[in-house]
Design a protein around this ligand. Sequence first.
Ligand code: CUA
Length: 343
Amino acid sequence: MRRGSLVQLLAFTAIAFAIGAAVALLVPWLPSPASKEAGRIWFVYWFATWICVAIFAIVAGVCVYALVYFRVKEGDLSDGPPVHGHTTLEIVWTAIPFVLVTAIAIVSAIVLAQDGRAGRNPLRITVTTQQFAYYYTYPNGKTYFDALRLPLGRHVELTLESNDVIHSFWVPEFAQKSDAVPGIHNKIVVTPTKLGTYPIICTQLCGLGHALMRSRAIVLSAADYDAWYKRPIAAPAPAPAPSGGGGNAAAATLFKTTGTCGACHTFAPAGTQGKVGPDLDHLKADAAKAGQPLEAYIKQSIDDPDAYITPGYQKGVMSGSCCKQLSADQVDQLVQYLAENNK
Ligand code: CUA
């Protein structure tokens, strides 16, 4: 091969490499990693990506060179020269991909093994899923409904459980992802490396509220986490006070956390915006449509959701598990809370 040709071939390859690298680097394909596990997975992505960009550059460079310099001259209808196999070339282009793919497999296997390691003393948290909410139980037995709080830099082992159908736990910034399957206790390890609030997303189609099944992971410094963890949890909601005020606040907490009602229902007094079920600001009108007194209608809707379906909604959505964890007292508090705020 002439020296000039080689320079041209290299120039085409360099241009193709620059285009490939620009597409890889300038488009924000991945969020910035917020866990040790994500850092390792990102390393695998980039390892594979740079191999792909290099191969793309070589193939594109040779193609462009061939298109430019081996074009058929106009009016030349003769056959091309008969070309037979080239054993050395074939061995080379089989051996190189074999080595590269094997390297990717080895790196992936190492990362997979490391990302599954929880260390000697992980923080163990149970993540429970149900249509259409998450809640989190800590080693001290306390359960939180609003968010998953994690300490910076500590191995956390999450055990995923489901009360009804298959859900999923995914935080893009943590990269770790697994399904929550009824009867199976899947585990994933997360070691947060960056303070902040990250979305938790359900990625398994789990019913009408699937698209709205979201929660938050909050990464706190070790000191902030300890302070939060040692804080006594709010006492169980007392019976609503006749004046509304304090009782209303307790009932709002019951509505939002224990009952997880807000995951599916909009209700202005509680500040929730769920869209899966009927808007609970219109209970009075709905009770009238059902031909029932307001309080009886609300109680029936919690105890036996399928007894009457608000027009425009479907049977079987609410009759899962969400209300079964409420005590009779709690149901009464919710009925009162909803009725009082619908007068
Ligand atoms: Cu739970 Cu989708």
